[in-house]
Ligand binder design. Sequence first.
Ligand code: GLU
Length: 469
Amino acid sequence: MTVRVRFAPSPTGMFHVGGARSALQNWIFAKQQGGVFVLRIEDTDAARNRPEWTEGILSALDWIGIARGSYEGPYFQSSYAGEHRAAAQRLYEGGRAYYCDCTREDVQARTGPQQRGYDGFCRDRGLEPGEGRALRFRTPDEGETVVVDLVRGEPTFENKLIEDFVIARGDGSPVFLLANVVDDMSMGITHVIRAEEHLPNTPKQQLLWDALGVKPPVWAHVPVVVNEKRQKLSKRRDKVALEAYRDEGYLADAMRNYLMLLGWAPSGDREIVPWSVIEEEFRLDEVNPSPAFFDEKKLRAFNGDYIRALPVEDFVEACRPWLTGTETIAPPPWQPDEFDPAAFAAVAPLAQTRIAVLSEIVPNVDFLFLADPLIDEAAWAKAMKEGAADLLDAAIVAFEALESWDAESLKATLEAVGAERGLKLGKAQAPVRVAVTGRTVGLPLFESLEVLGRDRTLTRLRAARVRLV
Ligand code: GLU
C-alpha cells in the first residue's frame, strides 16, 4: 500500500510556524516511505478565507523546501461540498445520524449549565430533514475507540463519553469534522500527521471512518508549540507567521532545521545537521509528545550559525532583498543609485560574522551608501564627551597626512593619536565611529573607513567637529 499523507491548512491567516513544522514532518515521512504528499486547502470557512492566505501558504511552503509542483494538489476542500453532503446523507439513511431541532438553550434548560455536550434528546424522535435541523452522529453507547497514534501510543476514548456531535448544520452544510474525514477518505490518506490540538476530534473522526465503512488512517498528533511562558503560540500574542521570520532574514535552511527540532532531535547530541540527515533520521515515534518550546533566541543563534556557514558570495546574494526592498521587505534608507556593489562586497565578509538575521545588514552598512550617516543621538551623546573635539581635530590632521589609506595605517594612526592623550584605542575610536557611521557599534572601524574612502571619511569627521563647536 502506498503511503499517502496530507497537509491540510485552513487559509484563514498568516502561515503559522506550527503548521510549517507539521508540513515538514508530513513531507519527510512521505519521502521516507516512498509515499505521496498531498496539499489540501481547507477553505470551507467562507467568511474567514482569503485567496491571498492560500497564496501565502503556497509560497511559504515553497520557501521551506516543499516546492510547488513537487506534491499532489493543491486540492480545495470547497470543491468537494457535494461529496461531503452525500456522506452526510449516507450516514442519515444508514441510521448512523439523525436530525435534531434543539437549540443550545433547549439543551441547557434540560441539562443545566454545568453539563457539556448534547443530551441525545432527538435520538429517537425520528425527525425528518428540515430547515434549521442539524444532523447529528449517533455515537455508540458502548465500547471504546482506540486511536493508533505514532506519537502518543493508543489513546483510548470511551464511546459513551462522546456526545452525539453535529456533522451537518441547520442549513445543510457539513462541518469540518465530516468534510475533513470525507476528503481524507477520497484522497486515500493512510497517515494523518497533524497538531495535537486535533486529538480531541480524533475519536469522533475515527467513528465516522468506521461508520462510512473505511479503515481509519494511522494518526500522529505532534506536540503543540508554546512560547516561553508555556502558552500555545498565538497569532495575537506571539510572532507566529513564517513569512515574518522570512522577511526578517531567517534563512530557510536554518528555519526548517529548527522547526524539525521542536520535539525531536537527530542522533549524537547534534542540532545543526545537514537536511539530508534529518530526512534520514527523523522518526515520528521518536517525537516527544510534550509541548515543544519555540525559542526565538535559540532560533536567532541558530540562524547566525547558518549565516556564517554560507560561502561569502551566497551571503552577498542572500542579503539582496534587504539591500533593495521587495514587496514585503521595506526598502533601505538609501536611494538605489547610491548603492555601491563593490563597497558592499568589500565589507560583506565582516558583516557576515556579526549578524544573526539578514535584515541586520542594513544598519551595518547604511553609512557606506548614504550621503550623510544617520546619527543615533544617544550614541552621539555617549561618544562625544569631553575631549572628543580635541581627539577629532588630531585625527583629522593625522588622517589627512596618511599616504596610504588602508585599515592598518588608519589603525596605527588613531592608536598614536589616542596614546598622546592617554586613551586606549577603544576610547579613541568611539568619537570617530559615531562621526562616520552614526552609531557606537558596527563593523570593524578601520576596514569600514578604508572602504568609505579618504574624502568621505574626512568630510564626516569635519562635519562632526563643526557640530561640537
Ligand atoms: N484544516 C485543519 C487546520 O488547519 C487541519 C486539520 C487536519 O490536519 O486534519 O487545523
